[in-house]
Design a protein around this ligand. Structure first.
Ligand SMILES: *Cc1c(COP(=O)(O)O)cnc(C)c1O
Length: 237
C-alpha cells in the first residue's frame, strides 16, 4: 500500500468513526447519511484511491478545476466514476459548463443561476439535481452566496418550474464564528418548509470537517468533508 493510500484510508476510517458516533448519539442510522469527500485542490489520483476505498461521492467547487478532473476521473475509472457534487459559488457564465458534468449542484441561490443551469442541462441532454443554498448568517452579505431564509420558498418555486432541474433540498455552510448547532437548527426549519411544499426535497447538505457532528444532530443527510480526509489544501496560487 502506498503512503498516500494508507493516509487516506486511515483518515476515512476516523471520519467514519465520527459519523457513526454522531449517528448513534442522534438515534440515526449511518445509511441515512451520504458522505461527499471534497476533493478540491487534490488530484484525480486521490479520487482513484478514494473510490477504491469505497467513496461514491466527491465534491468540487471551481468549474475549471472540476471540469478537467472529472474528465480525467472518467478516463481512469469509467463506470466506477463517483457522483459529482458541485458545491461552490457559481457564476452564471459557468453554469453551462457545470451542467455538463455535475450530477448535483448544491449552490443554487438565485433565479437567474437556476435558469442558466436549466438551459445548460437542456443543451447537454441531462437533468440536474439541485439544492438551494441558504445563507444562515444573521448579517446579510450579498458577496457571500446563499439565498436568505425568507426567500427560499420563492426560489424553490422558480427552480421547480425548470424542466431540467430537480429540486432535491437545501444546503448551507455554518457562518464563521457562529454556533454551528443553532445555524443547522435554523437550516432544519427552513428545510421543513421546503419539504412540505416539495416532498422530493429530502436532502439537507450540511456539515464539514469541523462541524459534522452538529450537522448530523440536526438532520443533515449529506456531509461535505474535505480537510479531515485529504489533509490541508495548498493555498491558492
Ligand atoms: C471546501 C468546502 C467544504 C469542505 O470543507 P472542509 O472544512 O475542508 O471539510 C465543504 N463545503 C464547501 C461549500 C466547501 O467549499
Amino acid at each position: 500500500m502506498t503512503e498516500r493510500r494508507h493516509g487516506l484510508a486511515t483518515a476515512l476510517e476516523s471520519t467514519e468513526r465520527r459519523i457513526a458516533a454522531a449517528c448513534a448519539a442522534a438515534g440515526r442510522t449511518r445509511d441515512d447519511i451520504t458522505l461527499i469527500v471534497v476533493t478540491k485542490f487534490f488530484p484525480a489520483s486521490d479520487i482513484e484511491i478514494l473510490v477504491d476505498l469505497g467513496v461514491r461521492h466527491i465534491g468540487e467547487n471551481r468549474d475549471q478545476e472540476a471540469k478537467a478532473k472529472v474528465a480525467e476521473v472518467a478516463e481512469l475509472l469509467g463506470e466506477r466514476a463517483p457522483t459529482v457534487h458541485f458545491i461552490g459559488q457559481l457564476q452564471r457564465n459557468k453554469a453551462g459548463s457545470v451542467a455538463q458534468y455535475a450530477d448535483v449542484v448544491h449552490s443554487v441561490d438565485r433565479d437567474r443561476l437556476a435558469r442558466a443551469l436549466d438551459a445548460g442541462a437542456g443543451r447537454a441532454g441531462r437533468s440536474l439535481d439541485v439544492l438551494l443554498q441558504v445563507d444562515l448568517d444573521p448579517m446579510p452579505d450579498p458577496g457571500r452566496g446563499g439565498v436568505r431564509p425568507d426567500g427560499v420558498l420563492d426560489l424553490a418555486e422558480r427552480v421547480s418550474a425548470c424542466a431540467n432541474l430537480r429540486l432535491r433540498g437545501v444546503m448551507a455552510v455554518a457562518p464563521l464564528g457562529a454556533d454551528p448547532g443553532s445555524a443547522f437548527a435554523r437550516l432544519a426549519r427552513v428545510h421543513e418548509e421546503v419539504r412540505v411544499a416539495y416532498p422530493d426535497a429530502v436532502v439537507v447538505s450540511a456539515g464539514m470537517s469541523g462541524d459534522l457532528e452538529e450537522a448530523i444532530a440536526h438532520g443533515a443527510t449529506h456531509l461535505r468533508v474535505g480537510t479531515a480526509i485529504l489533509g490541508s489544501r495548498a493555498p491558492h496560487r
